[in-house]
Write a protein that binds this ligand. Structure first.
Ligand code: ADP
Length: 511
């Protein structure tokens, strides 16, 4: 009954764990989808921002370069161009088709003018920078750019091939990256308090250039977008501002993984226990059917012997008085055996239903002595001897005398049944320290394989070596003995080795 309840509880726990698991996987999926949606949104935003910013630079530079008029070239005209087109440039160079400076084709912001006019700079610009641009290969009126880092300073040139009548010339502008960073970036990637997002720009060397510094710590909600047509390999990084939300998400993830781990453990443990219970039930039902055939056999044999010899006696078919006595002896032996079997089965059934013992303080020596007396004739019939050594002045023990007698009789019966070859049975009842009284029944039979020492106390179990022999038994005797011993607060054990006989002991606590 209790086992059934436990099993039901277990099945319920497994189902609940499975349901929890299903729920978590569902919520994880929907959370994942929300996360994906948010990331996609951020990616779109990052791309849009970078594209718009680059378009502004591209548009202003292109307009400026297209605005250069070769026929009216003057420093004045060039000086005015940046403002007119809103372009952020430091210097403008106009070159002829051989990449040589055109007269009046130079303009620079006042604070860099001197540096750009320096002959060293000029030579470097014309010999080292211009050839790398590959301007001749560009389509006319199309902006190209060259970005590089010079002694740690990011530098960007935009350029364009122009046609004036049948003449080709080139315009190169040096973009003002400081302006772009401090003014344009601020317009596009401004980290306002109201915004849910944070922006950072890193340059091609991964150095922080603008905005909120995220550091390199892994961030669940971080997307990156590279610049393409201006500062090569610069990246815009966008992250979620909501630190607390992220913290909470992480906490929820930890809780979820603990709960999921718990659910999986419950399911696995539950399935293991169920599997174990099923195997046990199957083994038990096998043993039970074996038990039924054993018991029926045990009932039938003595009954047919009793009826056969009873009939002979009743019909006066005996040759002598001794033979009649012998027949009567057989009938008595078999009826005792029958009685014992029925006792065992009935008591066993009682215990299975939840036995109620009747305990009282008793003289355990007396109870054992009576059991020895009751076995006397059966021992003699098996041509064995039983020596009983019952210590005097044993303390009182709380006993159910009938149950305990049944246990002792079972041990003696087993010794008769399984150790008749050994001829000798020794029974001892002694004190063991202050707390215990120990009864032991020793025989000199074939003994029991150590592997089976525990199993012989199980219901219906019979030792393998015995099953092959024509010794009758039901497999419930020792289960009964152990149950009775434990009900008294003690236990039943065996020590034995094959060929060396066995000693069965029952210890009981002193009252
Ligand atoms: P049964 O005697 O009806 O088979 P028990 O529960 O009394 O059932 O005993 C279980 C098994 O333990 C026996 O089948 C037998 O194999 C083994 N056994 C019990 N007592 C002895 C003994 N004294 N010597 C050897 N084997 C024994």
């Amino acid at each position: 009954m209790r086992r059934l309840l436990l099993l039901n509880a277990l099945i319920f726990a497994v189902l609940a764990a499975a349901a929890a698991l299903a729920y978590y996987s569902f919520s994880a999926t929907s959370e994942g989808t929300a996360r994906e949606r948010e990331i996609t949104l951020m990616e779109e935003l990052a791309e849009e921002k970078v594209t718009s910013l680059e378009q502004v630079i591209d548009y202003a530079d292109s307009k400026l370069m297209r605005g250069v008029n070769l026929d009216e070239l003057s420093a004045d005209q060039l000086d005015r161009l940046p403002k007119a087109h809103g372009a952020a440039v430091l210097a403008i160079y106009v070159l002829d088709e051989h990449f040589k400076p055109v007269p009046n084709g130079f303009s620079a912001r006042p604070h860099v003018r001197e540096a750009r006019l320096d002959p060293g700079y000029r030579t470097w610009f014309l010999d080292k920078v211009v050839p790398v641009m590959g301007m001749a290969k560009k389509k006319a009126d199309e902006r190209g750019h060259l970005y590089f880092t010079l002694e740690g300073t990011p530098t960007m040139f935009s350029y364009m091939r122009r046609l004036s009548g049948d003449r080709t010339f080139y315009v190169v502008v040096e973009d003002d990256l400081n302006y772009i960073i401090f003014t344009l970036f601020n317009q596009f990637f401004h980290n306002s308090d109201a915004s849910k997002r944070l922006y950072e720009v890193r340059d091609d060397k991964h150095a922080h250039r603008f905005g909120y510094e995220f550091g390199d710590a892994s961030n669940d909600f971080l997307v990156e977008q590279k610049f393409r047509i201006t500062m090569d390999d610069w990246t815009l990084r966008v992250a979620q501002r909501d630190e607390t939300g992220r913290e909470e998400l992480r906490r929820k993830q930890v809780i979820n993984s603990v709960l999921i781990g718990g659910a999986v453990t419950v399911i696995l443990a539950g399935l293991a226990v169920l599997g174990f219970a099923i195997r046990r039930e199957r083994r038990l039902s096998e043993l039970k059917s074996e038990f039924i055939s054993n018991v029926s056999h045990e009932l039938k044999t003595p009954l047919s012997i009793i009826s056969m010899f009873g009939e002979m006696l009743a019909n006066g078919r005996t040759k002598s008085a001794e033979q009649a006595h012998e027949y009567a002896e057989i009938i008595w032996r078999e009826s005792v055996r029958l009685g014992r079997l029925i006792d065992n089965v009935l008591d066993f059934a009682k215990i299975e239903r939840g036995a109620v013992y009747e305990f009282e303080d008793a003289d355990v020596g007396e109870v054992v002595e009576r059991a020895v007396e009751l076995s006397g004739r059966r021992v003699a019939a098996a041509e064995m001897t039983l020596e009983a050594d019952i210590a005097p002045e044993l303390p009182m023990v709380r006993l159910d005398a009938n149950a305990f007698t049944l246990a002792v009789l079972n041990l003696i019966d087993n010794a008769i049944k399984y150790a008749a070859d050994g001829k000798r049975i020794e029974l001892a009842l002694r004190r063991d320290g202050d707390q215990r009284v120990v009864l032991s029944v020793r025989d000199w039979g074939q003994g029991i394989d150590p592997e089976e020492h525990e199993r012989i106390f199980e219901r219906f179990y019979r030792a393998r070596a015995i099953r092959l022999k024509p010794i009758r038994g039901s497999g419930i005797g020792l289960a009964l003995v152990q149950h009775i011993a434990r009900a008294h607060g003690g236990d039943a054990t065996v020590t034995s080795a094959p060929g060396a006989g066995s000693t069965f002991s029952i210890w009981l606590p002193v009252a």
